[in-house]
Structure formats: structure tokens, C-alpha cells
Design a protein around this ligand. Structure first.
Ligand SMILES: [Zn+2]
Length: 306
């Protein structure tokens, strides 16, 4: 079961700067604690537009997740959302001064590290979970994703690329903040070397490099090393955690994904929200549950094979 029964924000502000993966423009993000349990809300500071992290505002989903409201776009939000959701920080004002969030090292680890250093702060009220009671499925040929009833949040992910260097990878885990930090947070985004020209021609991945992505060539990764033997499927799970944050509340269920991606992750979140008879609200957590406090010993980011 998830570990926090209290809604959480950060105990202090965090600012992180970098450049966008796709547009390659500089950008700065300020995470501002909220006084009340009001969800995750982005603010595009040049226009003052507030964009709640909600699935119905998700737009362009090619290779990243984008929120769109009143003509304002915020691209590549998924790694920050993943770190926040993985660490159960669900209430925050997220000020962004550009249209794309920084890619940093291509994983959620820099966000995770900053969040752990700032620490969590409990807010008044009880944490409410969306508990799946009947299966919800989205299918597109042999790609599919579904949420099934389960006591906790468990993820099962399979990818299958017709490239020997990547091939088939699968992983399954019950999510807790500690497992998120240890097993998913440091997994970097990836692509195939053969896709790079196509992506650049479409104006995508202009800021991409071996410093912020794993690139798989015919023989294997072009990077010096991998952080995990199955880093690719772990990154897909990291993306899934971020995209599921667009539900607007933590999920209790088993989520199985087969060869899915951002579009299917978001489609599942939208299908769950569109089918309120397939889930119910609950505040139930483990009886011995205590709030998740960050300990100094948890500050280092483990990047070793699990
Ligand atoms: Zn990603």
C-alpha cells in the first residue's frame, strides 16, 4: 500500500534550470509549496496562465507529454510529475518560465534529489486514492494498457523493440517512494539511433545528446554505460508514473502496459476519469501507516542494478 495518508507538499521552494529536450531552449522551474491540498498546478509565468496537471488538458503526446490551455503549451512535464508522484508530493505550484521543462540528465533523478533535499510537508486533511474496482483498458493493435483492481499500486510493463540492442524487457513492481527512488527515478529516456534524423526533421529532440538520453545503435548503447541493465523499461515505468499523475489523485490498482507510450498512458488516465463506475474514492491505507519522512540517508541517488 502507499505510505502516506496525509496530503503532502514540499517544505520549501526549489528552483531548477536547464534546457528543453525538444526545443533546446533555456528554462527554469520553481516548485512552490502550497498551503492547502490543491493538487499540482503549473503556472506559465510569461503569461500567468495556470494549467492544472489534469489528463483532459493533455495535448501533443508525441515523444513527451504536453499540457495545453488557452493557447499556452507546457511540454515534457512527465519526468517532474513522475518524481513528484513517485515521492507522493501531490500538492504544489509549479512555475515555469518557458514552454518546455528542462530535460536535465534525461531521468527524474535530479528532481528526486532536489525534492528529497527540500523534504516533504504534510497538509491538513486525508489523502484520497482512486481505487480501481473494474478493469479499464485501452488497446491499439498489439499495444495495450489496462488498470485492474489491486490492493496498492503495482506496475507491470513490457517493451518489445525489433532492435537486438533493446529487444524485449519486462519489469514489475509495487510502488513505494523508496522503490521509486531506487528502481525507477534514475532511468534515462532513450531512443534508437536510426530515429534521430526523423525526430530532428520534425523539430524534436533538438536538445538531445548522450548527456540526457540513452541512444541505442545496432550494436548496443552509444553511451559509455547503462545505469540499469533494463534501463529502457524502467524509464517507461517512470514515464507511466508521471502520466498517471494526470489523474489528479493517487491510484490504487495494477497497471499493465504492453508496448505503450505517453499517448496510451494518458488515454488510460482519460478512460479511468471517464468511467467513474469503474473506481471509487478511498482514504484507506495501512493501519501502521505513518507519513513518509525523508531521511538524510536517503539523499543519495542509487544508480546500480537492482
Ligand atoms: Zn520519459
Amino acid at each position: 500500500m502507499p505510505r502516506s495518508s496525509t496530503p503532502q507538499t514540499l517544505s520549501r521552494e526549489i528552483t531548477i534550470s536547464g534546457h528543453g529536450l525538444h526545443g533546446n531552449r533555456p528554462c527554469s522551474v520553481r516548485l512552490v509549496p502550497t498551503a492547502k491540498a490543491s493538487g499540482l498546478v503549473f503556472v506559465h509565468t510569461p503569461t500567468g496562465t495556470e494549467i492544472p496537471a489534469k489528463a483532459d488538458l493533455a495535448g501533443d503526446l508525441v515523444l513527451s507529454t504536453t499540457l495545453v490551455k488557452d493557447g499556452v503549451r507546457l511540454q515534457t512535464i512527465e519526468h517532474l510529475l513522475s518524481a513528484l508522484s513517485g515521492l507522493e508530493i501531490e500538492h504544489l505550484r509549479i512555475e515555469v518560465d518557458a514552454e518546455e521543462l528542462p530535460i536535465l540528465d534525461g531521468s527524474a533523478a535530479p528532481w528526486v534529489e532536489a525534492i528529497l533535499q527540500a523534504g516533504a510537508k504534510g497538509l491538513e486533511g486525508r489523502r484520497r486514492f482512486m481505487k480501481i474496482t473494474q478493469p479499464v483498458e485501452v488497446r491499439n493493435g498489439d499495444r495495450w494498457i489496462r488498470a485492474l483492481p489491486f490492493d496498492g499500486l503495482r506496475l507491470r510493463y513490457v517493451i518489445d523493440f525489433p532492435v537486438p540492442a533493446l529487444g524485449r524487457q519486462s519489469r514489475e513492481l509495487s510502488l513505494t517512494p523508496e522503490k521509486y527512488r531506487r528502481e525507477l527515478g534514475a532511468a534515462r529516456t532513450f531512443c534508437l539511433a536510426q530515429e534521430i534524423d526523423m525526430m530532428r526533421a520534425r523539430g524534436l529532440a533538438l536538445g538531445g545528446s548522450l548527456d540526457n538520453a540513452v541512444v541505442f545503435g545496432a550494436e548496443g548503447p552509444l553511451n559509455e554505460s547503462l545505469r540499469f541493465e533494463d534501463e529502457a523499461v524502467r524509464h517507461k515505468m517512470l514515464d507511466l508514473v508521471g502520466d498517471l499523475a494526470l489523474l489528479g489523485a493517487p491510484l490504487l490498482g495494477l497497471v499493465e502496459a504492453h508496448a505503450a507510450g505517453h499517448a496510451m498512458h494518458v488515454a488510460l488516465a482519460q478512460a479511468i476519469l471517464a468511467n467513474p463506475s469503474h473506481w471509487e474514492w478511498t482514504e484507506e491505507t495501512e493501519p501502521a501507516n505513518v507519513r513518509f519522512f525523508f531521511q538524510p540517508s536517503e539523499l543519495s541517488i542509487a544508480a546500480q542494478p537492482a
